[in-house]
Design a protein around this ligand. Structure first.
Ligand code: FNR
Length: 401
């Protein structure tokens, strides 16, 4: 058997990031005179996964099952979770050829803040469930990529510690507290810590059946710490039941659009609403004077049956007509997905599970690599589509069913 065919069968030498390649380059097969090619010894896998879904597999192997399920599953039948991903597949690309473009500048601005890539980290709650360094690791990785980290109200570290860990731009995601003084105090700390934007999440949690099956709850000590860090004044001793009851009732479920007037009176930071999927709500966001919205169905974790966000995006962009900035999250697993969202009018996008899989696998290095993969793939997609800069991306690159 020819040496090349043999190597191919073993999956060797499949390019610069071939899965079965040593860090030092492709391994040579030695031939002993007269004995034909020897079978090369098994090679260690490359140090870095080459795409985001490999991180999902690695995270599955490194997390306790209930934690992995909490991170990765969606609500009820997971129709929306699946659709978020599948809807990207229904949009095909029409790259022009012979265009002479060899590089794309991926930098852009979000609400006046420069970022080096139009991919940001979405708020993901209690990241201590996935890695001991949790949000600190994510903040550092986002900062080293020059992009935004969206910090959840339910973080395992304080906003001050997170701001000290990563010097990149931070957005604060707010789950509004029933106790307005707690919310006010929290927003004051956020502003003092140098956060750039406040994002109010306006969608509601869905029923995550796999978590029910697993009887998944946050560890009591972690939940107590999270509640304290938010600013809730808790008695020193609380039973498990009291703590969970308190946590469940601390969020305010009775908000209306007027809440943004109150928020404006409390913070000078730009305000976004996260969780918009309908043009009529996008119109209300314009009327409320918001700086932007995030088109989001909470990654398929809110009410099941909502549309895929990439399907909702175009009409929303048309409705707001440039009066506020439109961001989007949900289902981004590939750089080409990012191109599709930019072409349909998103200013930039956010990823949730992908970077949390990276965090679970390798802490800061894992989050860093996930962003690097997106950077490589977005660069490849945009250059192939003749875009030398983000503003060159346009709808004619898309073919829709
Ligand atoms: C989330 N998301 C979320 N959103 C939010 O506003 N506040 C939060 O605390 C959380 N927490 C959270 C935890 C976990 C485990 C996940 C997976 C998601 C939603 C998140 O910000 C984002 O909308 C989705 O994750 C985007 O979908 P993908 O990228 O995960 O497909």
């Amino acid at each position: 058997m020819k040496r090349r065919t043999f190597a191919k069968l073993l999956g060797l030498g499949t390019g610069p990031f071939g899965l079965w390649q040593t860090a030092g380059g492709t391994q040579k097969t030695e031939s002993v005179a007269g004995a034909g090619p020897t079978i090369p010894p098994p090679l260690p896998p490359t140090r870095f996964p080459i795409n985001v879904l490999e991180y999902e597999a690695l995270a599955r192997g490194s997390l306790p099952r209930p934690n992995f399920d909490y991170l990765s599953t969606g609500s009820e039948d997971e129709v929306t979770l699946r659709d978020n991903l599948e809807a990207f597949g229904r949009i095909r690309l029409l790259p022009p050829v012979l265009h002479g473009i060899g590089h794309c500048d991926l930098s852009t601005t979000v609400l006046g803040e420069p970022v080096s890539i139009p991919v940001m980290l979405a708020p993901v709650v209690t990241q201590g469930l996935f890695h001991p360094e949790g949000e600190l690791a994510s903040a550092r990785a986002a900062a080293s990529h020059g992009t935004v980290f969206g910090v959840s109200t339910g973080s395992t570290y304080t906003v001050e510690d997170i701001a000290a860990a990563g010097k990149g731009p931070l957005w604060f995601q707010l789950y509004f507290r029933r106790d307005r003084e707690v919310t006010r105090g929290l927003l004051q700390r956020v502003e003092q810590a140098g956060f750039k934007t406040v994002v109010l999440t306006v969608d509601r949690d869905g029923r995550k059946e796999q978590d029910m099956r697993n009887r998944f709850t946050l560890p009591q000590r972690m939940l107590y710490r999270v509640m304290q860090q938010i600013g809730h004044d808790l008695p020193e001793k609380m039973s498990n039941e009291e703590l969970y009851k308190f946590a469940n009732s601390a969020r305010d479920p009775g908000l209306t659009w007027e809440i943004f007037d109150w928020l404006r009176s409390v913070t000078r930071l730009p305000l976004l609403a996260k969780g918009i999927v309908s043009p009529s709500d996008a119109r209300k966001a314009v009327s409320a004077g918001l700086d932007g919205i995030i088109v989001s169905n909470h990654g398929g974790r809110a009410l099941d049956g909502m549309p895929a966000t990439i399907d909702a995006l175009e009409e929303i962009v048309r409705t707001v007509d440039g009066r506020l900035k439109v961001f989007m999250d949900g289902g981004f697993r590939r750089g080409r997905d990012v191109l599709k969202a930019l072409a349909l009018g998103a200013r930039a996008v956010l990823i949730g599970r992908p970077y949390a899989w990276g965090l679970a696998t390798a802490g800061e290095a894992g989050v860093h690599r996930v962003l690097e993969i997106f950077r490589e793939e977005v660069q490849n997609a945009l250059v192939t589509c003749a875009c030398a800069r983000i503003s060159d991306v346009h709808k004619d690159l898309l073919l829709r069913g």
